[in-house]
Each structure stands twice: as structure tokens, then as C-alpha cells.
Design a protein around this ligand. Sequence first.
Ligand SMILES: [Fe+2]
Length: 252
Amino acid sequence: MSGEFVADLEGMIRARAKTTSPLYQTILAGKATQRLLRTFVEQRWPIKSWWTRNLTGVASRVEDIALRRSLIENAYEEEFGALSHSKRHVETFEDFGRSVGVDPRTLATAAQFPETVAVVEHNKSACNDSHVHFTAGTASVLLLMEGQPPIADEQGRSMMAVMRDTYELPEWGYEFFKHHASTGAEGDGVSELEDEHTEPLRELLTRYCDTPQLQDQARASLQTAIELRHAHFDAILREAYDPAEPVFHYAG
Ligand SMILES: [Fe+2]
């Protein structure tokens, strides 16, 4: 029954995957302009910069040591890049930003769309508010993020391939996409990191989200998170995309 519950959540996530969003479709189709990519970085950054605090917010409430360790290990890798011999993951996202013309020093104070603020606030509350059961945050923030199906176009080209081949970013610019948001040809499209992070979340939910009330709360929280993130994606496209502007190519 709880296996079914988790499969249900994963079905909800798949049905509204990032690739169903016109924003990601535009980027993957190679149609993104510099203003769109810059805005994408500025609006995605606040959500990413909260990720480890959301992870550890859930971790701090998990009794089981093996599950807690896996969340902490995930957060450790995120903050240091030590296990993948990379660097702080948000820093690789900032590198991507630099390659499309964003000064990383401006990110913390860049104006956030209301739709961006709404996602950040939802995530913070679901993972860190002690009045919300931590399984709600696990479903609506952690599983939603780690359980994303591959971001790839119909030909199977991943975000990384598009960043490298279409927008012609240098390697330091597309490094982030090696570890996030799909690998395309090298695997089934889900990066190894994301894959190994999903299993403990399934286990956590199976174990602790074990009453109809908790399951309803988790499902509702995930539904809200999905609606909010698509409103946030749509806002980025609406505010920052004009197809009349030239398509972005890295110029050095
Ligand atoms: Fe990451």
C-alpha cells in the first residue's frame, strides 16, 4: 500500500515533468535568448541556494540513522562537491550563469518574481516548519527535485548536450548539467547522483508517511509545489522571452 503511495507521487512528478514546461521546451529547442538564460539563472538561483537547508531541515527530523546519513551525505556533496571531485553545486550553477553573462555577486540581491518567492517559501516551510510533518517536505521538495525524469528533447538530447552544442558554452559553463538534469546518451538520462538519491527518499516515505492523514498532507504539498514551480517557470518565460531577440551563443 505504501509502495503504491510512493509510486503515486512519482507518477504525479512524471506527469508534470520539467519537459512539459514551455520554458524548458524553449531552452531545449535551442531558441533561448541571452535575456531568457540570464533570467533563468537569476530566478532559479534562490531556489537552489535553499536546497541544502531544505535537505538538512528534513534530515534533522529523521530518526533512522541510515536515512539521516544519506540526506546529510547528499547535503555534504552539495556544499563541497567533495564526493564527485567537483565543487559546491550552486557554484557550478553560478558558473553557468557567468557563461551567459550573469555576475554571480548580483544573485543574492537580484529581484525575485513573486512566483519565485512563492516556490522558495513553500519549500522552506515544507522542509523546516516543525508544524508540517517532514514527509510533506520529502515528497514535495526532495522527491520532486531528485525524482525528475530526464530533461531531454524528443531526440534524446540532454540539457548538457544543448548547452554544449547549441549554445556553445565552454565546459566550465555547462559543468552543472553534467551532474544535474540528465546525462542523455551516457545513461538513461538521469544522472547517477540523482538516481542514488531517490531510493532513500522512497524508503523514508514508505517508512514514515504511513497514515492516510500524512499521505494526504504529502500528496497535497506535492500538488502545490508542482503548481507553484510551473507558475515560476511560466513567469520566467513570460517576463524574459521575446522570440524576436537573437538566440544566444557563447561568444567568449
Ligand atoms: Fe546538486
